[in-house]
Write a protein that binds this ligand. Structure first.
Ligand code: COA
Length: 179
């Protein structure tokens, strides 16, 4: 999930990412989307209920899709914050394919692409109610950096509930990208 969607990123480093990165991992084929029509909004909406927010970070970010046996099973959107920091704005795996390691593979791929593109830090934000996601990101080496209080109350029109908890605050985690 996300930080300020209106952040005005430069294109320079995003285009640095836009090489022909491809990774076959767990027989997962990950690559930047080539055509806007390929954007899997149904998957992006699993991670973010706001189409408005999605559209705004798609304008500045780079969207990758993950295919397994030629079927789209996952998506990730990376967005530059500044010349040293990149943010995962959206990560989602098709519901029937969750729990098979694909989400981890996409996180590892994001790290690889970001490190190779010269960024020093990868960040990801998630809701206070996203218990599984908080577990996953910390298992993958992300550490909690800060909390943006009431982010979801301020930026989303409908209340969000997960695991019986109201999603109010954005927990921002970071991972330093060692060379
Ligand atoms: N407690 C502890 N660990 C948990 C957990 C929980 N409640 N829920 C998940 N995990 C751990 C699993 O144990 C597993 O780690 P392990 O391999 O060490 O056991 C890991 O998280 C899951 O890994 P993986 O199978 O790669 O995840 P995935 O393919 O299901 O992808 C998401 C993870 C979050 C991307 C996916 O579930 C998804 O698309 N969810 C809906 C969209 C979403 O919420 N996106 C993120 C918005 S911030």
């Amino acid at each position: 999930m996300r930080l300020d969607p209106a952040t005005n990123h430069t294109q320079r480093h995003c285009s640095a990412l836009n090489k022909n990165y491809q990774l076959i991992e767990l027989k997962l084929h990950i690559e930047p989307i080539k055509d806007k029509e390929e954007i899997p909004f149904d998957l992006l909406e699993l991670a973010d209920p706001s189409r408005f927010q999605i559209e705004s970070y798609l304008n500045t970010g780079l969207c990758f899709i993950a295919k397994f046996k030629s079927e789209i099973v996952g998506v990730i959107v990376l967005n530059e914050i500044d010349s040293t920091v990149i943010e995962i704005k959206n990560i989602a795996i098709k519901e029937s394919e969750q729990g098979k390691g694909f989400g981890k593979a996409l996180l590892k791929y994001s790290e690889k692409v970001s490190r190779e593109s010269g960024y020093q830090k990868l960040i990801i934000g998630t809701g206070n109610s996203s218990v599984g996601q908080l577990a996953l990101y910390q298992k993958e080496g992300f550490e909690i950096d800060r909390i943006e209080k009431n982010f979801f109350l301020k930026n989303y029109t409908e209340p969000i509930f997960e695991n019986g908890i109201q999603c109010k605050h954005m927990v921002i985690l970071e991972k330093k990208l060692e060379k």
